[in-house]
Ligand binder design. Structure first.
Ligand code: CA
Length: 524
């Protein structure tokens, strides 16, 4: 396999950047030059360890400014590698972020725009669409042993199971949240699975995930491995054991103390993973990523996003800018702070290239290989523009400018993050041309996206919707700018749109939609 790859045209890192950037822009390259350099025959491919925290806010770690909870093990990844100060996820919620993370693509391109809600009320179509090729699929095809330990949240049905999506092994749970405590406690979302078999997990869940992660690395130490360790810490429910709670007797607030204990357990777990890498003498040849899947839900868990505005679920920085580090000794600098914006979508191409893979243009990735930027080989910035959309809420960051549209707010707000990291000063009146420029850029990106395949959790979690509720949900999902009217751009079927627009004013109101559905059904 690798000999065949070596026989192809070898590219420099700069070539790859050009190609991956062009691929993101949809520019076609002849397939031959999409080949990518691979390590020489005697150099073993690096292991890849992707550690994802859940609902850990921007200020949640010592190295990010947290003062009352020590996180030396997680911090060590930043200290031995690169800490991103402008590291973003592609959504402020769990499941869509994971869809982007594991595909390297904006998840709205394939309709994975919302959380699904619990299994009992999830939309029947929910699951990472089978059209998508995951990072695990790619690495597996490059000879990697692939394993996920932890939270999946990308589909409940058998066809969406992690072992159908490129992972050889799976220990964890399928839902968006899970109890941490053993069997005597009520489990939120069913049992822990080992593969497809339910098992009774006797350990505190974060400890159990550390144990299984270490076991995976031990069992696969003779081959390159990809470990996706997706903790549910520090997501609710707030549960910890005395072992960890006792470390924080000085914290009097009960919520904060439990959060601290849960985070401390995760830090221990990361410490166990790092210790195992040292033990199997793989520390140097392992590319390690650590990040959170979205900002902290501060009110519920105390996880802080300071100095950012907002929290989990919002398009303000507090929802989407997260702790994000990469360590790869000898390959990326140690102790470097990198300020240009980067995104969770970059992990996929960075890992695949590190593994000696190719990134052909037809993958249409939105992420780029970060390594040349971190080594200084490329002095430019990985992304001039980043985009977000979750229903009626959306945002765009273009250089230091950010335009934010939050549901219920009368108009888009414009901020300059260079001198207003807390998004306090809305400049949309002062520099309307800049607001317009960003809006135009966002609209161009938005026009490339698919319709959501299911609606958001809050709506679907209310249970099976009645006919009227279902129509409202569908209407709101289509009504991207939340103005209560559908335009022909928002409604994908022109013939039906024309029929629905009874008064012919070019927009369709909700009552026109109802009226249309009451009348005889006319097909396109
Ligand atoms: Ca989350």
């Amino acid at each position: 396999m690798s000999e065949r790859r070596n026989a192809r045209i070898k590219l420099t890192r700069r070539d790859f950047l050009t190609i991956s950037g062009a691929a993101a822009a949809g520019i076609a390259f002849p397939s031959a030059i999409a080949a990518q350099a691979v390590p020489g025959p005697n150099k073993r491919k690096p292991n890849i360890v992707l550690i994802l925290a859940d609902d850990l806010g921007y200020a949640g770690l010592g190295v990010q400014g947290c003062t009352d909870i020590r996180t030396p093990n997680i911090d060590s990844i930043a200290k031995n590698g690169v800490r991103f100060t402008n590291g973003y996820v592609s959504c402020p919620l769990c499941s869509p972020t994971r869809a982007g993370l594991l595909t390297g693509r904006y998840q709205q391109r394939f309709g994975h725009e919302f959380n699904p809600g619990p299994e009992s009320s999830a939309h029947p179509d929910f699951g990472l669409p089978l059209t998508e090729v995951t990072i695990a699929d790619r690495l597996k095809s490059l000879g990697y042993a692939t394993g996920i330990v932890g939270k999946w949240h990308l589909g409940y049905k058998p066809q969406f199971h992690p072992q159908k999506r490129g992972f050889d092994e799976f220990v964890g749970f399928l839902a968006g949240a899970h109890s941490y405590l053993p069997a005597t406690e009520a489990r939120m979302s069913g049992s822990i699975l080992r593969g497809t078999e339910a098992m009774n997990e006797p350990e505190y869940l974060t400890d159990a995930f550390a144990r299984d992660a270490v076991s995976f690395m031990e069992r696969h130490k003779s081959v390159p491995f990809f470990l996706y360790l997706a903790f549910n810490a520090v997501h609710t429910p707030l549960q910890a054991t005395e072992k960890y709670l006792s470390r924080f007797s000085a914290i009097t607030d009960g919520t904060r103390r439990t959060h601290a204990a849960m985070l401390s357990a995760m830090d221990d777990a990361v410490g166990a993973v790092l210790a195992k890498l040292r033990e199997i003498e793989a520390e140097k040849n392992t590319l390690i990523f650590f990040m959170s899947d979205n900002g902290g839900p501060t009110r519920q868990t105390t996880s802080s996003n300071a100095p950012l505005r907002g929290y989990k679920g919002q398009m303000f920085e507090g929802g989407i800018r997260v702790p994000f580090f990469v360590q790869w000794k000898g390959q990326v600098p140690s102790g470097k702070i990198y300020d240009h914006p980067v995104t969770s979508l970059d992990i996929y191409p960075t890992a695949v290239v590190a593994a000696g893979g190719m990134v052909p243009p037809d993958w249409k990735l939105d992420g780029v290989n970060l390594v040349p930027y971190l080594t200084g080989e490329n002095a430019g910035q990985p992304h001039e523009t980043l985009y977000w959309r979750m229903g009626a809420n959306h945002a765009i960051r273009h250089a230091d400018w950010k335009l934010v549209v939050e549901r219920g707010e009368p108009r888009p707000r414009l901020f300059n993050l260079a001198d207003d990291i807390g998004e306090k000063n809305d400049l949309s009146d002062k520099v309307p041309d800049k607001a317009k420029e960003l809006d135009t850029l966002w609209q161009t990106w938005n026009a490339q996206l698919a319709q959501p395949k299911w609606v958001r959790q809050a709506a679907s979690a209310q249970g099976p919707a009645s006919g009227g509720e279902a129509l409202q949900l569908r209407f709101r999902a289509l009504d991207r700018n939340n103005d209560g009217k559908l335009t022909s751009e928002e409604f994908p079927r022109p013939q039906v749109f024309k029929q629905m627009d009874k008064d012919g004013d070019g927009v369709v109101t909700f009552s026109e939609t109802q009226e249309h559905l009451r009348g005889p059904v006319t097909r396109e």
